[in-house]
Design a protein around this ligand. Sequence first.
Ligand code: SAJ
Length: 421
Amino acid sequence: MNFKTVSVIGLGYIGLPTAAVFASRKLNVVGVDVNQNAVDTINQGKIHIIEPDLDMVVHAAVTEGYLRAVTKPEPADAFLIAVPTPFKDGHQPDLSYIESASRSIASVLKKGDLVILESTSPVGATEKMAAWLAEARPDLTFPETHGEESDIRVAHCPERVLPGHVLRELVQNDRVIGGITPKCSAAAAALYSVFVQGECVITNARTAEMCKLTENSFRDVNIAFANELSIICDSQGIDVWDLIKLANRHPRVNILQPGPGVGGHCIAVDPWFIVSAAPEQARLIRTAREVNDEKPKWVIEKVKLAVANYLEANSKKSARDVTIACFGLSFKPDIDDLRESPALAIACEIARTHAGLVWGVEPNIMALKAPASDLLILKTLEDAIEGADVILLLVDHQEFKNISPQAMFHKGIVDTRGIWT
Ligand code: SAJ
């Protein structure tokens, strides 16, 4: 197949790098996003998110004329949908973004086009997407009803890149290609082979959907194991990070790292798509979610204890005099992404309940939005080290790893990432 123009719907953490990488291979790329500000920023050759090296690739793609952003879809040979799939009440998947993206491209579809769903999706979402397209375009045929003879090819090819390493992983990772029919898979594999150096592995759409959910659930269960261990070790007077290093010397043991909870828009969300589809069977997956979701409460109790200990050592002070600095607000190290961040949730909860000042230190962001901005005062690292009485380390950003423990002498420390222990 010959793809001249590719359209990427949703120019966020996955869509924008994907669009930029296609453009860097000299395909004509039209990026579509409902956010006018994101569209304007990209058209100036700049980016509205933080991801290493992405600014350079986008700048080059825009100035060379291969990447353009718009708010309304235009005709293309292939459409990649990379919009959010959050959950709604009761942890049920919310497919409304996929539905509106599908309906928005329907009017510009033409015979021979390929539509790929990249968003992480519950099993059956790709078929639903095809049904929405078919409903909007009764003049075109789709693989569900017309098989290999259909006018439009449809596939699910889940994104599997790690934020912070997106550009490398987009190119190097193997790609799971789940076409609704073998011809749909072949078309999608041909498209990705433009830039993917890993293997394009072909399966069907439902298996591809489940594969992505499985990968993130596997990681969630393993982090839950580490988080549970950290609570057990704390009660037993054992340093969990030392313990994990020791246990991981066993050739078949590879425990992940405990933290303040699991965040982001993927690992904290996707396992629920399995649980909601199979609530009776998905017992371990559900429990892992619960263990990870409960970890922030335990961290907050540890901070209360640190404040109490600090007051005991400084008997002239009251809780109102104790300033707590929360180091790191993003959901993981060295990124600016605050979505579903346990660090941000913990910092805000402490700010709601603590009588004294609560500061946030986040080297990757310039300003907070409400409601966090009403609760937390952003401080520089230097000011926080100087002025805080209790330091809560929530995210292992590089800047924090470089701090000498002597700089924090006499302060109460709660280190949820084990970088200063
Ligand atoms: N975390 C820990 N301990 C660990 C590893 C992670 O507490 O040992 C926490 C992080 O701090 C963060 C959360 O887990 O709060 C998730 O971070 P992550 O780095 O594990 O994963 P994400 O959400 O950034 O990206 C994941 C990746 N999936 C897997 O590694 C299986 C990525 O490849 C996916 O593309 C991405 O989800 C996605 O978009 O689904």
